[in-house]
Write a protein of this length. Sequence first.
Length: 218
Amino acid sequence: MSAIRKHFIKQYMDMFKLDEFLMEQLKDAGYGGAEISKTPLGVRITIYALRPGLVIGRGGEIIKALSKELQDKFNIYNPQIAVTDIPVPELNPFIMASRIALAMQKGIHFRRAAFWALERIMKAGALGAEVKISGKLTSERSRFEKYKVGYLPKSGDPAMKYVKSAVYPLLLKPGLFGIKVTILPPGVEFPDKISLKESTQKVEFEEGAEEEAEEGGG
């Protein structure tokens, strides 16, 4: 394995662990993901939340404590944390994945929860969306089901620039489930003049063994 590949994998794992930590610490704030960028003064972390006040705290006490924890647990030098509101929660993949998880925790069937989420996402103006749920869905064998509506580029520049996705882990009695939500937000223009109005609004369905999903990259 090349040094570049090892470095990339380490960065990915570090971000995954950080995201997992923030998700647990800020669940009451409606955590909706984070973006990290390096600056000359340190590391800038932008946290998206439904209730920013619960991230900041009175007099900034919560955000100061969070900054110290990020330094101690993740060795992040001088983290500068900014908190941003989420204007349209239905267009945030992390929020929608967490809402599917909450519905499943309440005993709502996973497929019904996924269809509900897709409907809300598309009503909010998304050009396309996909929900993938993996785990022991209906039997002892782990598998996945995937539901897609609208237009969603899988590769190339548009996918890199505009498509947003998030994964939310959920532990239930049958075992661990993974909920992945992918969204193409409104207002995106494509150079190849794809007619998004002609893209199907019918839900497309796909299923398979969970191992196939991992090999295919999700």
